[in-house]
Each structure stands twice: as structure tokens, then as C-alpha cells.
Design a protein around this ligand. Structure first.
Ligand SMILES: Cc1cn([C@H]2C[C@H](O)[C@@H](COP(=O)(O)OP(=O)(O)O[C@H]3O[C@@H](C)C(=O)[C@@H](O)[C@H]3O)O2)c(=O)[nH]c1=O
Length: 180
């Protein structure tokens, strides 16, 4: 369960037999809140942290397919009933489920050990929709279980929480004007 407005957990039914297992992971008819147009496969090494990012436009439909991932979430939407709240969800490949992350919910992915994830997105990737801030900015309210994660150059040089919030609000206004 998630306490953040619009964050949806979808659990999968797993059919096991003597060959292994099979799960349906997405049906358009399920109430996931998202219709992916693009899917990404991501492999991460131990102690990698991706993010923290927030999107103005696209939603993510995220699952762990090998190992474990700690998902950090922080609601930055000014009008949200859960604005300013944050939480962690652990996704495990052997407890198959997906998390829908709405636009405006900032998120980071932490991998204590090597793992693989798969995620679908509601809009094609475009850098203009890739906002972010420093993974450990106090404004996020996320106490990660690492002090020195392996980050991308972009994430290591990201700005602060307030800068991300301002960019998110400006990006949303631009989108509302039909400019994105
Ligand atoms: C996200 C993405 C990246 N790329 C490319 C750009 C770059 O060369 C390489 C790695 O991209 P990044 O460093 O941006 O990957 P990463 O830091 O993993 O970015 C992801 O972080 C998580 C937390 C999210 O929220 C995602 O939406 C996305 O922002 O892959 C694509 O071609 N398509 C895509 O959809």
C-alpha cells in the first residue's frame, strides 16, 4: 500500500509449474492509471542510486524483475492531498508487483545489490520532462540507507529541492499552455 495520492500498487498473479513461473505484468483493462507507450529495461550495479527525478508529464509503471530495489517517493504537487509527504517502497523480484508513479511525485531508485528493473512510461522520453534534485536534499524527506551512492554525472550535479519545485511548477504551467 502507498500513502501518496495516485501512487498505485498492482500485484501480479504468478502461475508456477515444474518449468518455472509466468505472470501477466500489464493489461490495458487493469486500473493501473497508466497506458505505457515505451518500456525501459534497466540494470544497476550495487550501491547505485538513480534520481531523484520528477516529471511534469509522464507517469511510470515500474517493477523489479531481478533482485530488489528501494523506491523513494516524495510528493511535490502543490494541490495534492499528500503534498510534502514521502515514503519508501521495497520492490522485490520474487514478490512481483508494479508501482504507478504519477507526475509530480519525485522518485529515486536505490539498489543495494545488483538488480534489474523494467518500467513503462505514458509518454516517450524527452529530456525536457526530466527534472530532478540532489538525492539527499532534506526537502525530499527521504533518509536513504546509504551515504555515498554511485550516481550519474547528471544526478551528482543536480540542483536543490526548491530549484526542482520551481522548475516543476513552471513546466506544468507551460504544459497547460500547450507549449511542451
Ligand atoms: C530514461 C531514458 C534514458 N535514455 C538514455 C539517456 C542516457 O544516454 C542513458 C541513461 O539515461 P539516464 O542517465 O537519464 O537514466 P536514469 O538516471 O536511470 O533516468 C531515469 O531515472 C529514474 C529515477 C526515472 O525517474 C526515469 O524516468 C529516468 O529519469 O539512457 C534513453 O535513451 N531513453 C530513456 O527513456
Amino acid at each position: 500500500m502507498s500513502g501518496l495520492h495516485g501512487v498505485i500498487l498492482t500485484t501480479f498473479e504468478t502461475h508456477k509449474d515444474d518449468r518455472g513461473a509466468l505472470s501477466e505484468i500489464f493489461r490495458e483493462s487493469w486500473p493501473t492509471g497508466v497506458k505505457p507507450v515505451q518500456w525501459n529495461w534497466v540494470s544497476s550495479n550495487a550501491n547505485v542510486l538513480r534520481g531523484v527525478h520528477v516529471h511534469v508529464q509522464h507517469l511510470d509503471y515500474l517493477m523489479c524483475i531481478n533482485g530488489e530495489m528501494l523506491l523513494g517517493l516524495s510528493d511535490v504537487r502543490p494541490e495534492s492531498s499528500t503534498k510534502g509527504r514521502s515514503e519508501f517502497i521495497t520492490l522485490k523480484a520474487d514478490e512481483p508487483c508494479a508501482v504507478t508513479i504519477p507526475e509530480g511525485v519525485a522518485h529515486g531508485f536505490y539498489f543495494a545489490a545488483p538488480a534489474q528493473i523494467l518500467y513503462g512510461v505514458s509518454h516517450y522520453w524527452q529530456t525536457v520532462d526530466e527534472l530532478g534534485c540532489r538525492w539527499n536534499d532534506p526537502g525530499l524527506g527521504l533518509d536513504w540507507p546509504t551515504r555515498a551512492p554511485h550516481l550519474s554525472e547528471r544526478d551528482a550535479t543536480a540542483g536543490d529541492y526548491q530549484h526542482m519545485l520551481d522548475a516543476y511548477i513552471a513546466g506544468r504551467a507551460k504544459l497547460a499552455r500547450g507549449a511542451q
